[in-house]
Design a protein around this ligand. Structure first.
Ligand code: ADP
Ligand code: MG
Length: 335
């Protein structure tokens, strides 16, 4: 490190990941980065909610993706899980495997991570740094009043099914990011941003906790995730694809069939799927408005099993299911 430009592990952690401004939104960091382990105090009367997600270069994001996006996404995908539980995120740990200690890359990556962390009151309290193929594992810890976490089960027949935001943008955005002759128009750029910088629905998730009956986040494509939601409650989901919220950008970029395919099977949306009793639907809509989160009712749960898709009232079968790492081809994309 003596002026030769080489960045050692200790200096790397100090320079890019040690921040003094990381007050958690809930709880107290008793000991953060710099000790052998972090010591975290959760507020009295709360349960601890933990989520971890790994993103791998060439599998979850294209090789050569902008580092700021990688930092953002690594945290965002976990915040989305915490949001789906109706919890308040408070701390994160980061296990970073890097091919090389490139200062420009680290600058961008940590900027993307900390911008989002600051927005949600998340304190980075520890991690691990190793050399190897680019792999980013983030764990987020959050808190929720004891016994009040929003679970996937607990739905009842007659509950309405609603989803935040719009679906399929990230799927189209990934297609755009991967295409050799990348479209440069405003719509294409907006869709690519939705893949590169997903918006975890943290405020809405927390507000929904006391109103909705169940929730989960949509990360692997609506078709597959809705099937999981239905199974968790032992009910049948009835949804008409004409009710799925599609953005103007997606409809401008892709023909309707393609747009629907992205919405049903695209993945990487990080929107929240919620079930709400019909009597509470207006309150949930008000909570969505308060957190400036678009919310659309797309169908309902009834007695039965599985997902019953219709299109304009007629039975409909999605072309593809959700994404599964261990089904089908061994990689999602290769470069
Ligand atoms: P140990 O060898 O005891 O695991 P390390 O030298 O790996 O300790 O880490 C030193 C401190 O830096 C620890 O507090 C650890 O949590 C933190 N740390 C290591 N890597 C990262 C990282 N990528 N991001 C945040 N904190 C990190
Ligand atoms: Mg270590």
């Amino acid at each position: 490190m003596a002026g030769d430009g080489h960045l050692g592990e200790f200096e790397l952690i100090r320079r890019y990941f040690t921040r003094s401004d990381g007050r958690p939104a809930a709880g107290v960091t008793v000991a953060g980065i710099g000790d052998d382990a972090a010591v975290l105090r959760i507020p009295a009367g709360c349960d601890l909610v933990a989520a971890v997600d790994t993103i791998v270069e060439g599998r979850h994001f294209p090789r050569g993706s902008e580092p700021r996006s990688i930092g953002h996404r690594a945290l965002a995908v976990n915040l989305s899980d915490i949001a789906a539980m109706g919890a308040t995120p408070a701390w994160a740990t980061l296990a970073l495997t890097l091919p090389a200690a490139d200062p420009d890359w680290l600058e961008g990556f940590s900027a993307g991570l900390f911008e989002l962390a600051r927005r949600h009151g998340v304190d980075l309290v520890g991690g691990d740094t190793t050399a190897g193929p680019l792999t980013v594992s983030v764990q987020v810890l959050g808190v929720v009043p004891s016994g009040e976490a929003l679970r996937r089960g607990g739905t009842r027949a007659g509950d309405l099914i609603a989803v935040t935001g719009t679906l399929g943008d990230a799927g189209a955005g990934l297609e755009i990011a991967l295409s050799p002759r990348r479209p440069e128009d405003r719509q294409a750029l907006a869709l690519a941003q939705r893949f590169l910088y997903p918006t975890p629905r943290v405020e809405f998730g927390r507000a929904a906790r006391r109103i909705a009956r169940a929730a989960m986040d949509v990360s692997d494509g609506m078709a597959g995730d809705l099937a999981k939601f239905a199974a968790a409650g032992g009910l049948a989901a009835h949804v008409d694809v004409e009710r799925l919220p599609l953005s103007a950008a997606l409809l401008g970029f892709a023909p309707l069939e393609r747009a629907l395919d992205h919405a049903l099977a695209g993945g990487d949306d990080y929107e929240l799927l919620v079930a709400v009793g019909p009597a509470e639907a207006a309150r949930l809509a008000a909570a969505a408005e308060e957190s400036a989160t678009p919310l659309t009712v797309i169908g309902e749960f009834r007695a039965g099993r599985g997902v019953h898709w219709t299109r304009g009232g007629h039975p409909f079968t999605p072309a593809r299911g959700g994404f599964d790492h261990f089904a089908g081809p061994s990689t999602q994309f290769t470069d």
